[in-house]
Design a protein around this ligand. Structure first.
Ligand code: ZN
Length: 98
């Protein structure tokens, strides 16, 4: 199974949405490679739809300081800074396939 297929399967079988750190841990990856997963997720979203008729859902990132929700992200990623309060303490997005 390719790396992307493993992520796809993990997110289809998961009960709860997972962050990229959770995914890296589940797949035994180096945590430093977790950011790479965002890039894979764009392709995984397409595969999930084309192959299984399922959708990759993203719980948006949230600022832990002021509660700002990043609703308009075009791509899966963790923003570095809150536009409202400037905090860098951001809860990362979480993903699941349904
Ligand atoms: Zn904030």
């Amino acid at each position: 199974m390719s790396f992307r297929e493993k992520i796809l399967e993990l997110l289809m079988n998961s009960e709860e949405p997972l962050s990229v750190d959770d995914i890296a841990r589940e797949l035994g990856m180096d945590p430093r490679e977790a950011r790479e997963i965002y890039r894979h997720l764009e392709h995984i979203a397409k595969t999930a739809r084309a192959k299984y008729g399922k959708t990759l859902l993203m719980e948006p990132p949230v600022c832990r300081k002021c509660g700002y929700v990043f609703r308009n992200l075009k791509k899966p990623r963790k923003p570095s800074k809150c536009p409202k309060c400037g905090s860098e303490w951001i809860e990362p997005p979480r993903f699941i396939i349904k």
